[in-house]
Write a protein that binds this ligand. Sequence first.
Ligand code: SF4
Length: 478
Amino acid sequence: MRTRIDWKYLLGLELTDPGFHYSILSRFRDRLIEGHAELWLLDQLLERCKSSGLVRTGSDARTDSTHILSSVRKLNRNELVGETLRAALNVLSCVDPHWVEENVDVSWYWKYARRFGYPREILSKNALEAAAEEIGRDGAMLIERIWNDGAPVYLRNLPAIETLRRCWIAQFWTNNGVLRMRHAGNLPPAPNRIDSPFDIEARYCVKRSMEWVGYKVHLTEVCSPGSPHLITNVETTNAHSPDAAHVPRCQSELARRNLLPGRQFVDGSYMGSQIALESRRRHNVELIGPVKQNWHRTQVQSGYDLSSFKIDWDEHFAICPQGKKSTGWWSAKGHTGRVSIHTKFSRSDCAKCSVNQLCTKNGARNPRKLALLPREKHEWLAASRTEQRTLEWKQLYNRRAGIESTISQGVRSVGMRRSRYRGLSKTHLQNIAAACAINLQRLSDFWTGDLPAPTRVSAFAGLGDLTPFFVQLTIRDS
Ligand code: SF4
């Protein structure tokens, strides 16, 4: 704004205009979030595209997520407790410096004045633990003095003090009056822990071999042939939030924009019988994604899976591939409230069965048992499992793969991988702006005829048609 003539021209400013103060944009972002106006950017763009016929309801869409690193440093546990105490002391020193001078030991100035960063290669595990427990005792003493009757009440309500209190509950425990650091197995679950005092909404998460502290963003884009692949929904969640929980929220947002797809392609982490049936019932959206096959766990793929059994839902029994009838039928409710139905076969039938090695581990001792979902879910799951082994389904599902390139574009061209701001709401604002930038880029490409290049293959692979081979491999592996 101060130095570039193009921005001044765009905003209609005089060349001599000195520009704005650097903190204006930060306040502007705060105001957008306070007024719940962060979605306007995407909504307005999509509204214009809708009126031009570039996006429409009932088309195909695909969804996937990627991780977002928070804008704060990843801390080990010693650094976490040290930095949390240091942040609390800094806030207290701004709010009530006299109280700090009267209640803080002189040695603390030396200990907590500078940033924490323990050189792990020098300190042993025991030394690290002892150092953390020393910080823990100091922090506990500070909390005690703040909750003392003589201390001003407003100190207790400071967010930094609440963060300190929550962090201490998660990281320490008291054994016979002695404060101890919790061992890894004794920590509360990741959603209940604070991983940095500077961004208390960022969470630690692990996905396969990847660990990060931050958030997750879910992108949904149109994937119908012949139309620009515009992003129609962005949702930023906590890092540990399950993908499947995103589907109903995503569809509600798309319904609000009047952009519900007819089919939505997702990967296995978004799929589930409950989610897919709800999606069809509430929004008439067909959720398409792989569901887990039900190979009996003790057997090879040629064993008898659930689809080999006939279920009589009215009379409450099952018939096995050898024509035997199950002898018991009961339902159970898990701790999550999910209902499952169980049935089992007779011990004597399974012991005498000539093919029991295909069905159960030890027919004589362990007769076959079946665990079923309620009827509607079971039938949907069985039909999906059968359908997804077909060539047609595999070819249709290939349409989902393009969302990976959108994520790559988001990470490489608009810097989605790392949050520029602290907190979930500002990270979400950044992701919406990033999605709008990608949409504008795609609209420009669409209008200029610059269409995405087809997937490249090596010169040798290009000489032969390997598609049927790869499809067969995928079907066999699934
Ligand atoms: S092991 Fe039991 S349930 Fe399995 S096929 Fe044989 S008789 Fe039927």
